[in-house]
Design a protein around this ligand. Sequence first.
Ligand SMILES: [Zn+2]
Ligand SMILES: [Zn+2]
Length: 274
Amino acid sequence: MRVTTLGTGSPIPDPQRAGPSTLVQTGTANLLVDAGRGVLMRLLAAGVLPAMLDAVLLTHLHSDHITDLNDIVTTHWVMSREPTPLHVYGPARTSEVVGGILAMLAPDIGYRLAHHDDLTWPPTVEVHEVSPPSRLTIGDASVVVGVTDHRPVEPSVGYRIEHDGRAIVVAGDGVPCAGLDELCAGADVYVQTVIRADLVRAIPNIRLHDIVEYHSTIEQAARTAARARVSTFVATHFVPPMVADLEEQWRAAAGAHFSGNLVLADDLSTIEVP
Ligand SMILES: [Zn+2]
Ligand SMILES: [Zn+2]
């Protein structure tokens, strides 16, 4: 298996980092978790076209995690040679969001259908709303859907993608909770949104301070990784944005709690799970 952090940024715009999205590849399946800003460019850089995706898995419906889902929908459709559904899994209200995207795209869909004689079908998106705890089979991957705690964003879920005795957890946003511990237990890789509470609180913008309540700090995420005895903890979606000068501080904050392999992910960081 392989996991590639396609986008490691956050809602705060960053010229170097795309928005949250992670690619997990099993023996034959390509699973995209979340579809943030710039996802399609990063997906292509990882060698995957939208038509090659077996599924898009959404952890929650915050805008930074879905903002470029419309680009996946359109490109999946215009590059198709026959009607082919795009499978989107996500928590309750995912149907509403996908319906809204298709409504937004209605003029474009009309233009392309009128213009291309060989394109006679509209985009088809099959939405599968998930309710944790549950298990899905997608291609050769077995996917556990677990409860996460990103309140007041409800519901939010994390995905444990299993194949051939290996497991990669993409947890999304959220604070530590029993559901997350269960999802991560014994996993090879744990991918988690992280923040630095001390740095966020130092920013003179009180609206930003609210985010401390519902994201794991780097220390909390490191403790989750240690409790679950994961081999590799991949920190992503950094708030505030990661800067080279502070990398050692982030590393030390995690290292105080977790002694395994720590990856402070960049866009297109790849972790192989042999
Ligand atoms: Zn969120
Ligand atoms: Zn987020």
